[in-house]
Design a binder for this molecule. Structure first.
Ligand code: GLU
Length: 514
């Protein structure tokens, strides 16, 4: 049977890392097995539904490159894929009638006050709270008819079998058993006629032919109710796969301390979608070998449910940075400019940095100012494209995120880049440096503008000055040209800067040599 999986978000908020992992693992399973990946919008809780959230889910998944074969935005054989619309079509009403007629569901007319009193009593008696009976589970047909005739509102509850064991076979955890007397009767249809998650999701999973219910382990306690629903209908059960939670590196619940929780913020910070996917795929899943940096094709090829881990998956931001660096280095020279420019011009990236406030700056380091990050990136966007195309590949080796290109490239665009004062103090006071700069100023207009000729020129200075090492030549020249002590290869950057730009910088450096 061909694999069919669904990502079924309730669009009530932002798309978080945990939901991305959920969507990604299903995407990989579908693509690995030649199956079908379905997007279903679970929007039956109208009080919490948020249209912006649905937009964010679809856009973020698109950015991440997680695509679907069926869904509200593309249609498919089981359309509609939005549960509120499915409800309007009467799909759930039809199936709840089946359960009512078989006795696996019942109408319960309890008032909110009665339910509160029941809970209070249960708490006082130190027993499980929830709806385990009450008069309506065992009410006679005439009691029900009477309540209905009186116009009382009701919910429809699932009648969980009593005095038995409910078994859930979970692919990751194996067999899990519940004493059915500890499982309460959940609401399936609310007073307004809307189905709850328990009912709508399971009915849809059956109708849509879902083969694997993959979801977070927070749903494990609901699994016995879902198994009972499948059994009540006499449907074949899908495979249940409950994925362990994601925790921070310290083993604690994932929070802002460990990195952004909103997926879009990783885009804004300059992570490549594939790098984020690569990193997220490895949280709670292993390809069975030591591989970490993997292409999309490798992830799809390797993804197998047997690699799902039973222990909580760790979110290690340093690993994400490392993987991102690797994938940035993998971007071809011809694509690099458009990748960076697309990043700089992205609406959300700009909004993120414009409003960025660093919550806990690194001790001893100046806090990051978001508008400065953006201003540096804008220098790339507004510069001559051929010049940018020669600069970016030189920085590719050193950056961790796309945002780092702004900082790394800045000195190329500023006629007089800001100077690292410590480096000036260290190098410009040395005796040979004034002469070195003067000589270079005279030579740069004379020798060809190429990596090789600058390499030869500076090595010639070393010989002429009888210096044992090249350091006393390259370090002051680098500071003079870039204002910094580290950066791309000196001869390469000299060739990119060219004689005119170097001239202005060397003249300033000469003035600083007093
Ligand atoms: N709508 C549920 C949620 O957003 C889906 C859970 C599931 O995958 O079954 O958490």
């Amino acid at each position: 049977m061909s694999v069919r999986v669904r990502f079924a978000p309730s669009p009530t908020g932002l798309l978080h890392v945990g939901a991305l992992r959920d969507a990604l693992h299903k995407f990989l399973l579908a693509r690995h097995s030649g199956g079908t990946n379905i997007l279903r919008i679970e929007d039956t809780d109208r009080t919490r539904y948020n249209a912006d959230s649905e937009k964010e889910f679809i856009e973020t998944l698109h950015w991440a490159g997680i695509d679907f074969d069926e869904g509200p935005h593309i249609g498919g054989p089981h359309a509609p894929y939005r549960q509120s619309v499915r409800k309007e079509k009467g799909i759930y009403a039809e199936w709840i009638q089946v359960l009512l007629s078989k006795g696996f569901a019942y109408k319960a007319f309890d008032t909110p006050e009665e339910l509160a009193a029941m809970r209070e009593q249960q708490t006082a008696n130190k027993v499980n709270t929830g709806y385990f009976g009450g008069i309506w589970r065992d009410a006679t047909p005439s009691q029900v008819a009477e309540a209905e005739a009186a116009g009382k509102t009701y919910v429809i509850r699932q009648r969980i079998p009593r005095d038995t064991t409910i078994v859930v076979e979970d692919l990751i955890r194996g067999r899990i058993e519940w004493d059915s007397n500890t499982v309460d009767d959940p609401v399936l249809i609310k007073t307004d006629g809307m189905p709850t998650y328990h009912f709508a999701a399971m009915v849809d999973d059956h109708i849509m032919g879902i083969t694997h219910i993959m979801r977070g382990e927070e749903w494990i306690s609901s699994a016995p109710k879902h198994v009972c629903l499948f059994e009540a209908f006499g449907w074949d059960k899908p495979v249940f796969v409950h994925c362990p939670v994601i925790v921070g590196n310290d083993g604690k619940k994932l929070s802002k301390r460990h990195g952004a929780t909103r997926v879009l913020d990783y885009k804004a910070q300059g992570y490549l979608p594939h790098a984020l996917k690569n990193f997220i795929a490895l949280i709670g899943w292993s390809p069975g070998d030591e591989r970490e940096a993997m292409t999309e094709a490798e992830l799809i090829e390797a993804f197998d449910l047997s690699g799902m881990q039973p222990s909580p998956g760790k979110f290690d931001i340093d690993k994400l940075k490392w993987i991102n660096g690797i994938h940035i280095r993998g971007v071809s020279a011809s694509e690099l400019v458009s990748v960076v420019l697309q990043y700089v011009c992205d609406e959300y990236v700009r909004e993120y940095w414009t409003n960025f406030v660093e919550e806990s700056p690194m001790p001893g380091k100046a806090p990051i100012v978001g508008t400065d990050v953006l201003a540096k990136l804008d220098k790339i966007a507004s510069a001559d494209s051929a010049y940018v195309a020669s600069i970016l590949p030189m920085l590719q080796e050193r950056v961790v995120t796309l945002a780092d290109f702004g900082d790394g490239a800045e000195f190329f665009f500023d006629d007089l880049p800001s100077m690292d004062q410590k480096a000036v103090d260290k190098w410009f006071k040395q005796e040979h440096v004034r002469g070195l700069f003067s000589r270079l100023l005279a030579d740069i207009g004379r020798v060809p503008c190429s990596v090789e000729s600058y390499d030869a020129l500076l090595k010639q200075y070393q010989v002429d000055l009888s210096l044992e090492k090249l350091g006393p030549i390259v370090h002051p020249v680098r500071v003079a040209l870039t204002g910094k002590t580290a950066g791309p290869g000196l001869f390469e950057l000299m060739a990119v800067l060219g004689p005119d730009r170097m001239k202005v910088r060397l003249e300033r450096a000469l003035e600083l040599c007093v």
